[in-house]
Ligand binder design. Structure first.
Ligand code: AMP
Length: 344
């Protein structure tokens, strides 16, 4: 019952397969014109220029708020926001020169990781530092292209696992969270996810939900937000947040009573939020680089295939598969064996 119009600078954007697609730069007059007769405008891509978001927000209802986008795009603002909200995060400092990096390492220690403040994702623009003597090398490896916006250096934490929590906040401030998701990466890219995270305790869930709620309240947020966390022996440290629906949350399509996508729409449209309950453990496997044969994927009992229709490219997310089982162990087992079969 809803009608959609999409704007993307890429004429082959996946959304074009299902609704009107206007090929335009986000900051262009065409993009502004496309938004004019919409009831609400949102985004599902984090690198939308904040200037375009602010301009749109002056003219139409634009949700989530551009400020959340602005903070999420800059690792220094993001980490500072975590600290201000009492959300635990690895120790970090802003650094703008190799000398500043050396001084910061004296306080933070090694191992550490140098990250470009802007435009880094899936481990891009990052460089590990295993000993102080390696700092110059890391600085050079991190690349001069990122240097104009500066870097942060942070403590490399020996986490047990990576988790994410998807939260949603409605226009009236109502907030709901999904059960914690456990994420498995390969080569810095999300490979597969399972929810509820194995060994999930009520306490872990409540700390993560509380952190997400603090972020939502801070921005007077409306829509879906994702917080990525490191689990260090039961202590949760925030890595970053995404002001949008999230790859790890794709498992909510079949796994939850209301998917993250539907809840995002409900939130920005001012409708009541849907239940975030996960009746059965659910999993998601990313299809990366090349698209496997469809029949092979669909052979797996209960598997649902999503093909984004994108051209194959190393490291590119081309689609995903979701499935549900009676136990998280069974989900993990299925995801791991499917991944092994695809890697062969
Ligand atoms: P990011 O782009 O910040 O999400 O980082 C990509 C991946 O690098 C994360 O998913 C972690 O696996 C790893 N990573 C990033 N920061 C840290 C850190 N401070 N300590 C340990 N691992 C990290």
């Amino acid at each position: 019952g809803l009608a959609f119009r999409f704007v993307d600078p890429d004429a082959s954007a996946s959304a074009g397969a299902i609704a009107e697609l206007i090929r335009a730069e986000y900051t262009s007059a065409e993009a502004m014109a496309a938004a004019r007769d919409c009831d609400v405008v949102t985004f599902e891509f984090e690198n939308v220029p904040v200037a375009a978001a602010r301009e749109l927000a002056r003219n139409v209802m634009f949700l989530p708020p551009p400020e959340a986008l602005e903070v999420a795009q800059d690792r220094l603002l993001e980490k500072t926001c975590f600290v201000e909200l009492g959300i635990e995060t690895p120790r970090f400092e802003a650094v703008a020169s190799p000398e500043e990096l050396d001084r910061a390492l004296e306080r933070i220690g090694t191992p550490a990781v140098l990250k470009a403040r802007r435009q880094g994702y899936d481990g891009k623009g990052q460089s590990a530092i295993d000993a102080p003597a390696r700092s110059r090398q890391a600085w050079e490896r991190a690349g001069s292209s990122a240097a104009e916006h500066g870097f942060i250096v942070e403590q490399l934490v020996a986490f047990e696992r990576e988790l994410s929590i998807i939260a949603v906040r409605g226009r009236n401030g109502e907030t709901r969270t999904y059960p914690l998701i456990e994420n498995h990466h390969a080569g810095g890219i999300l490979s597969f996810s399972v929810t509820p995270a194995p060994r999930l305790t009520a306490e872990l869930q409540s700390v993560a939900a509380d952190y997400a709620a603090r972020l939502l309240a801070r921005f007077d947020y409306v829509g879906v937000l994702t917080l990525e966390l490191f689990d260090v022996g039961g202590r949760l440290l925030a890595n970053e947040f995404a002001p949008r629906v999230h790859n790890s949350g794709h498992l909510t399509i079949e796994g939850a009573e209301t998917s993250q996508f539907e809840n995002h729409l409900r939130a920005i449209l001012g409708f009541p939020l849907g239940s975030t309950r996960v009746p059965r453990p659910a999993g998601m496997l990313n299809l990366i680089g090349t698209m496997p044969e469809r029949a092979r994927l669909l052979e797996v009992d209960g598997a649902h295939l999503y093909d984004y229709g994108k051209a194959p490219r190393a490291g590119r997310k081309l689609g995903h598969v979701t499935l549900c089982r009676d136990t998280t162990d069974a989900v993990l087992h299925e995801l791991e064996s499917s991944k092994r079969a695809l890697d062969e």
